[in-house]
Ligand binder design. Structure first.
Ligand SMILES: C[S@@+](CC[C@H](N)C(=O)[O-])C[C@H]1O[C@@H](n2cnc3c(N)ncnc32)[C@H](O)[C@@H]1O
Length: 302
């Protein structure tokens, strides 16, 4: 499949494929700025910039080297592309798995954004994993060498061109970041779901309690800040996350996110269904029923 929107940061859980469905809820020209406080690969920001839906953007994440990586993409694309190329090429001079482990150990000491980019491109499922001491502990994927530097440089330069001069990068907890949100902003949230941020090998450095999300949404509603939130879902018989209460006034739409690769590996053909909550004022628009019909025809609306 070919994508026109750049996506320089390989990241498990990226919303790249769902971006067209999620962004179909955004009325063009209605908001000035998009704020993405759980940015990860910033797939929604990049897709929204490509469609010119906003004039300004805020990319934020609690993971400091990831925020640092986005800053470098925006301010020094050549520097980060060159640093990635050097790390990638250094695999050729040694046993590649040993070299991956050396770069991972070095990243755990200095938190260098270029090393994070290399580790993400080169590790199993492009998935960040942390041990209880907060060290990156995901293993190298033995079957691949990671994105080729020429492709990576193209992705970096295209993302830079799309966002430079109109995007701010913040590092911090979503609650602090969202203190800046006002009526001219749209907030897109994709918090880690429960179960991926606890236990021995955590997917993310920090989790988000359901109660904090409810508090946050009550605060956004009180300030009349509109939002889209990816939250709970299901794959086969397995559900993840608990739906949010009706009293928050958001409309819950279910999107078909396609066949689960994990289920396919296990010989099953389960589809992943993901929710998106649309804040009350956005959901009340006349166009909403039309939009639902569009999603129904592109994917599946439940
Ligand atoms: C599900 S991923 C987001 C993926 C993203 N939508 C994409 O398309 O790549 C969740 C992100 O939230 C970040 N995160 C976790 N806890 C956070 C918190 N308390 N505040 C801000 N970001 C947080 C993680 O570092 C991770 O990058």
């Amino acid at each position: 499949m070919r994508f026109d929107t750049p996506h320089p940061v390989p990241y498990q859980g990226s919303k790249r494929l769902l971006a067209p469905a999620i962004l179909s809820f955004v009325p063009p020209g209605r908001f000035v700025r998009l704020i993405e406080p759980f940015a990860g690969s910033a797939a929604i920001t990049l897709a929204a910039a490509k469609r010119n839906l906003f004039r300004k953007f805020v990319i934020a994440d609690v993971l400091k080297p990831l925020a640092g990586l986005w800053r470098e993409i925006l301010t020094d694309p050549n520097g980060i592309a060159t640093a990635y190329e050097k790390l990638w090429e250094s695999q050729k001079q040694a046993d590649p798995i040993l070299r991956f482990n050396q770069i991972r150990a070095s990243f755990n000491r200095d938190h260098d954004p270029a090393k994070l980019l290399f580790l993400l491109a080169r590790c199993v499922k492009n998935a960040v994993r942390f041990n209880p001491s907060g060290e990156f502990n995901q293993s190298a994927d033995k079957r691949r060498r990671g994105t080729h530097p020429t492709t990576m440089a193209k992705e970096i330069y295209s993302a830079h061109a799309l966002l430079t001069g109109r995007c701010e990068v913040l590092c911090g907890d979503f609650r602090d970041v969202l203190a800046i949100a006002g009526e001219e902003d749209l907030v897109y949230m994709d918090p880690p779901y429960q179960g991926t941020s606890i236990g021995r090998d955590r997917r993310y450095i920090r989790g988000v309690e359901r109660a904090s999300m409810i508090d946050l949404i009550e605060g956004l509603n009180a300030r009349n800040v509109q939002f889209l939130l990816s939250y709970d879902g299901q794959c086969g018989d397995k559900t993840y996350g608990e739906p949010l209460p009706d009293r928050l006034g958001a409309r819950r739409v279910l999107l078909d996110a396609g066949r689960s690769s994990q289920a396919t590996l296990n010989g099953k053909s389960h589809r992943t269904i993901e929710s998106v909550y649309v804040s009350q004022r956005l959901a009340q628009r006349d166009e909403m029923s039309e939009i639902s019909a569009v999603i129904h025809s592109q994917a599946t609306l439940f």
